[in-house]
Design a protein around this ligand. Sequence first.
Ligand SMILES: [Fe+2]
Ligand SMILES: [Fe+2]
Length: 343
Amino acid sequence: MVRKFWEFFLVTVFVLVFMGGTLAWAFQEVKFAVISDPHVSYPAANTKDSVKMEDSSVDLFKEAIERVNAIPDLDFVILAGDLTKDAEPWNVDLLREMVEEIRVPAYAVLGNHEVSPIPVKDKEPALATMIGSSKYNVVFALQGYGFQGSQSYWSAEPVPGVLLIGLDTTSVGTWGGKVSRAQLAWLEKQLFANQDKLTIVVGHHLLVPFREEEKKADWKNFYLDNADEVIALFEKYPQVSFYLSGHRHVSTVPVEKNGIWYVENASTLTYPMSYTVYTLTPKELSYEVVRLEATPEIWEVAKKTMLEDPWWKPSENATPEATQAYYEASEFVKYSMPVRFQK
Ligand SMILES: [Fe+2]
Ligand SMILES: [Fe+2]
């Protein structure tokens, strides 16, 4: 009886030690930053400092790069789309030069502003004379920053045990988005083949509304047309734990749905101009939204234009004070979310 007990005890200890070692996620602590929606643009006839601080976009993106470069233990940087004003060739060139200044590996996804808009006659005459370009020019300009070859979506393992997937959520001719059939098939293959890696998916467009007000009809194009299909695929694979997006420009309350956390990342050129620093452990992902310093003049214009623009109001009758409180709420400046599948 005593011998049986000891046999059972030793086998149990062996299983716990051995299996515990092999089942744990293969990383300890990972730090990364997300810079989103820099909308990099040389000041031009059709740019202005407004809710999008376009004339200041280069200075703001440059400061964000300098600030994340100063984080000592940073592992990588994610650029969450809308990298240029409208994929103008000169702005794509500038973007590449600026991204090369990031001192750690960086991974970029396309935003709707990497798809040149179709000029709207009479509405935006300056656009009619602008040279547009294919989104694949951005894909080729950013080779090595996630993109490998002509595919506009990618996967990478920036840290052993962490899988990063970059989706192309753009849809030509609209600022809304979708994930193509071919891309969904590719995504499923990636998730099937990498079930031992904690997976963070990045896409420019949002998959879920973050607050009740965010369901406004005008804001429909913030969300993917086929969000349900993408979410269903994520939910099928327990290693998928976080989806990080841009596009909305402001940070807001993360949403949890069936164990997966959906997080919106702030823009560098819309009030309150920020980037986000994340820390991932095998148990949780936590983040802090950090405001840029910029200049008092830039802050003043960014705030004034945001509060005066009716489109950005969370509700039709929101006062400037209520709009400001909506975007500045302290509850989502620091946040912590558990990893969905605990090993
Ligand atoms: Fe944007
Ligand atoms: Fe966008």
